[in-house]
Design a protein around this ligand. Structure first.
Ligand code: SF4
Length: 343
């Protein structure tokens, strides 16, 4: 890894659009069941209004506070780092932080996309890149002494390289300080193979890219993404020949049918996906897609077994499972119940 890649001065890949001050701008939250600007997906969910469905027992979690929760929190605050745990309002935050694990979110807190299920704030980052962030992430990971680290990011469609250089720099800075296993949860880089290759060449052990839902629901759930493009990304990871596991994840409860779930599992296996997470969609705000169904834990267990029967190396399936929930166990970095900490 040559230093030129670490801490590039300007967004080396450049910024799309007319030159403008690199000042991130939040955009107001508006209903997300109007689909994308093209109008695809209009109507789905809108008629169901803002009503929240009563949470079943199996989705109630206890408030965080014990274990390493406080240390994890102050460490991340001290290094001015964002986490998807907080930005996406993950129900497992307490559990994971008490375990001393957290998923660091790089490239800012404003996403250039507006997926119908996601609590991350939409905005216009306008090409702003925090060039010191890779160093701080490297320091945080070393300080957390994690055996398995997950790094994710918002979608940065404003950057010509989609943020892939910063991903590579972050992996480099972690490698300089820690022997942790590195998992990166990446956006689709708009299907640009060279951006993905930059991340592959940086050498993480796991590349995760969530396909999120079945093909039919993509226009509403992920209006700026494409089902086939996400599958292609996972295939490219496997076709690279690098010793990297490909991972993906889906949510249930958005109105998908069983045969559609079966199809997305088959498509993922056919595109070389090794690891899978299956979890329950939870509505972050009335602006987001309504929950069509709270799927019973028994059905999650059945889908987990089905996934492994179809050929996944490992699958975590349960109402509270999220992309990086117990990622260390799913990837085999640690055995179930073992500490997530390097001794
Ligand atoms: S691209 Fe990712 S961070 Fe952005 S809205 Fe969609 S799921 Fe959320």
């Amino acid at each position: 890894m040559d230093d030129a890649l670490l801490m590039p001065e300007e967004p080396a890949g450049g910024v799309y659009g007319a030159p403008r001050p690199a000042v991130p701008q939040r955009v107001p939250l508006t209903p997300r069941f109007g689909g994308c600007a093209s109008g695809a997906g209009v109507g789905l969910g809108a008629e169901q209004g803002a009503g929240y469905r009563r949470l079943p027992e199996w989705l109630k979690v206890k408030l965080p506070g014990t274990g390493e929760y406080a240390e994890t929190r102050s460490l991340l605050r001290g290094l001015k780092l964002h986490t998807v745990c907080e930005e996406a309002r993950c129900p497992n935050l307490g559990h994971c932080w008490e375990r001393g694990t957290a998923t660091i979110m790089i490239l800012g807190e404003l996403c250039t996309r507006r997926c119908g299920f996601c609590a991350v704030a939409p905005g216009r980052p306008n090409g702003f890149v925090d060039h010191d962030e890779p160093r701080r992430v490297g320091e945080a990971v070393a300080a957390m002494a994690l055996r398995h680290t997950v790094i994710t990011s918002v979608a940065r469609d404003d950057l010509v390289d989609g943020g892939s250089r910063i991903f590579a720099a972050v992996i480099g800075e972690i490698r300089r300080r820690s022997s942790t296993v590195i998992e990166v949860l990446v956006p689709d880089f708009r299907g640009h193979a060279d951006d993905l290759k930059r991340v592959i060449d940086a050498g993480p052990e796991v590349i995760n890219h969530n396909i999120e839902t079945v093909e039919r629901l993509h226009p509403t759930v992920r209006p700026s993404a494409r089902y086939d493009r996400s599958l292609e990304l996972l295939r490219r990871v496997k076709d690279s020949g690098a010793p990297i596991k490909a991972k993906s994840g889906i949510m249930l409860g958005l109105g998908e049918k069983d045969d559609e779930i079966e199809q997305v599992l088959r498509d993922l296996v056919a595109h070389g996906c090794d690891l899978l997470t299956i979890g329950q969609y939870l509505r972050p705000t009335p602006h987001h897609l309504p929950v069509a169904e709270y799927v019973h834990p028994d059905r999650f267990r059945d889908w987990g077994r089905r996934a492994e029967a179809l050929g996944f190396e490992n699958c975590a399936s349960g109402p509270l499972v999220r992309s990086s929930f117990h990622a260390d166990e799913l990837a085999g970095t640690v055995r179930r119940g073992e500490s997530s900490k390097a001794v």
